[in-house]
Design a protein around this ligand. Sequence first.
Ligand code: PXP
Length: 240
Amino acid sequence: MPKLGVNIDHIATLRQARREKIPSPARAAREAQAGGADGITIHLREDRRHIQDHDLLEIRRACGLPLNLEMALDPGIIQIALRFKPDKVCFVPERRREVTTEGGLDLKRFENQFPAVIQKFKKQKVEVSLFIDPVVRQIQIAANAGAHAIEIHTGTYARAKGPGRRAEIDRIRKAALLAHRLGLKVHAGHGLDYANVPALLGIPEIKELNIGFSIIARAVFTGLRQAVNEMKRLLTSGLR
Ligand code: PXP
């Protein structure tokens, strides 16, 4: 059974829409823990569009789950991460104008940079994973660079339909097997939801799934009725 890392960036997105203190990502982390999450994932983006620097400490204080920090290969963010020492970091590509992470890293472009950066995190006992597409060359480079893990980008699978979807599952299965044989831990994530996640459970090498958007989107409707009801009760109880 893979572990569930819950990505709570979207709680911070909602908070930043009003620059308020609520909803609190730290509280979301506690709720995720109460719901059975095995880890919390957050992405400290260069443009700070959702998670803010202070969230790191607040989330760590709020819940005892392993914290996985997604980040770009950016010197400023790397410095913050090395100082903060999350349990894990996951390097992802980042473009300012993208709505969300759009695909895996092209490790060929960073082949010379990753080994040294990974070593720095290894010295701090921080596990490093690289977010890549299920492509043989990328997996080989990740292994050569000394990464502990890869996270397979499942966005293409999540968008595929019919036979295309079966082909994507096959691609992910083969990639997971190769990575496992090369000594890498295998994680997967992006675009996973309640309908498309079961097919991944047949791939035993995948030990961790990182899921955000679908869980937070569902939480709106598992919680909205009660939230409205609480306000309505307040209104009908009249002046006190
Ligand atoms: N894994 C990685 C590396 C990601 O960048 C993201 C999105 O931030 C996720 C998992 C979660 O994706 P989603 O929000 O689509 O579930």
